[in-house]
Ligand binder design. Structure first.
Ligand SMILES: *Cc1c(COP(=O)(O)O)cnc(C)c1O
Length: 436
């Protein structure tokens, strides 16, 4: 018996729009090839995988830093082993510690929170708006005399009201750190993310817009901050022209975390960085082709993207009025074949985002400590934060958006057929499930 009703949803026994899995959403990985191989093999042939000295140093990390800083229009760039370490180093370089609080959006990544807590400071949560980034109005409400810095996270590839937030930070005397782990290559009104704050931090982990497996970058215009970042990311000290430790300057006699980038990661990251515009351009083209074709679907809403031209576009987020509808919609779209290979996350309900939502970070909710005395929560200078709430319920907009969305990952190499299938699947499901 043939199924003759093409509008019957696959979840109800109809024929799915497609059966072939979509590509895994690892933006940079799909673009790795002979450029990265060529650069890596130079490092291996030169037997010089350490960035500061070696028999025939190829200066991969140096070159990456120079090109990165130039593209962003920043004075300094420092490559690090990952963004988790980079955030810790950047906040440490600002002297953040006990008695200070850092304002964070409720939609973020665990690394943002751990950077604050491991320095002995207190995370203070700020709600988000429909940009899925920090809400500037809630930020203004949450600032207290303890606030020292704002850690702004450009989530899911596109910034929120970064200009407004930078202005608030200036007016209120707060440092601004941009977490650009998910937004390499993204812009806001013509300016790259990572060029608005005192410091920007990038990640080159496998899920990010460019990747060397592990890696990251810190950018700033402030020389003292850069030098402190340098010392902290290494062994606590400066280095001289020969790449050897230099203990002479009392300003840079600190404690390091050992988060240097090696030349092998540097070589891969350099190859990737030179392709970043093409990787991002490809995602942007696919994502906005999908969004344009879905724009008039009755009842379908989207995450608010303030500057579509600057969106680095690794994700598309759809919004629904009710959590149950969002759940049913997600399942129905998946059933139409909008899924990836095992291990990938092509189509998700937003509540499946794990540690991206503050309330899923059990170490935060339970005020976990790595030391026996409960530091930093028990530090007398942090007594002001005893009644801070990290449980679900603390940020109403965040809680609501975490239940009302469906996220599509936009792979960096989608074919025209892939794009057409995604559009067809969403339209087919919308016609059945959404109110006309
Ligand atoms: C991935 C990510 C990080 C951490 O990056 P690593 O390089 O894996 O340490 C930090 N913040 C955000 C928003 C991220 O998405």
């Amino acid at each position: 018996m043939k199924n003759v009703d093409p509008t019957r949803l696959a979840i109800d026994g109809g024929t799915p729009v497609r059966t072939k899995p979509l590509p895994w959403e690892l933006p940079g990985a799909h673009w790795m090839g002979k450029e990265e191989l060529g650069l890596v093999s130079r490092v291996v042939k030169a037997k010089s995988p350490f960035r500061f000295y070696g028999p025939d140093l190829q200066h991969m990390v140096d070159t990456l830093e120079k090109e990165f800083a130039r593209k962003l229009g920043r004075k300094y760039a420092l490559a690090v082993s990952c963004a988790t370490a980079g955030l810790h180093v950047a906040l440490g370089a600002m002297g953040i510690g006990p008695g200070d609080e850092v304002l964070l959006p409720g939609f973020l990544w665990v690394s943002c929170i751990s950077a604050v807590v491991r320095l002995g400071a207190i995370p203070r949560m700020v709600d988000i708006d429909e940009t899925f980034c920090m809400d500037p109005q809630d930020l203004e409400r949450k600032i207290t005399p303890r606030s020292r810095a704002v850690l702004l996270v450009h989530m899911s590839g596109a910034p929120g009201a970064v200009d407004r937030i930078a202005e608030i930070c200036r007016q209120r005397g707060l440092k601004l750190v941009e977490d650009c782990a998910q937004s390499a290559g993204a812009k806001f009104k013509g300016k790259y993310t990572g060029s608005f704050g005192d410091v920007g931090v990038f990640s080159f982990q496998l899920n990010k817009n460019m990747s060397s497996g592990e890696g990251g970058m810190i950018v700033t215009d402030d020389e003292r901050l850069f030098k402190r970042c340098f010392a902290l990311h290494d062994l606590g000290y400066a280095r001289n022209e020969q790449g050897r430790l230099d203990f002479s300057d009392p300003n840079y006699q600190l404690w390091g975390v050992g988060a240097r980038m090696g030349e092998l990661a540097g070589a891969v990251a350099l190859g990737q960085f030179r392709k970043l515009d093409r990787i991002v351009g490809s995602m942007r083209k696919s994502k906005w082709a999908i969004r344009r074709q879905l724009a008039k679907v009755p009842g379908l809403k989207f995450r608010n993207i303030l500057d579509p031209k600057g969106d680095s576009s690794p994700f598309l987020i759809m919004l629904f009025d009710e959590p149950d509808l969002a759940r049913r919609f997600t399942k129905a779209v998946q059933a139409e074949g909008i899924v990836g290979v095992p291990g990938s996350a092509v189509c998700l309900h937003t509540e499946q985002f794990g540690l991206h939502w503050y309330y899923n970070n059990v170490s935060l909710v339970n005020r976990a400590s790595i030391s026996r005395d409960g530091w930093p929560w028990t530090h007398p200078a942090n007594a002001f934060a005893l009644d801070y709430n990290y449980n679900r319920g603390a940020l109403p907009k965040c809680d609501e958006l975490s239940e009302r969305g469906c996220l599509l990952s936009i792979a960096s190499k989608l074919t025209a057929k892939d794009v057409a299938d995604i559009v067809a699947a969403v339209k087919k499901v919308a016609a059945k499930l959404l109110p006309a």
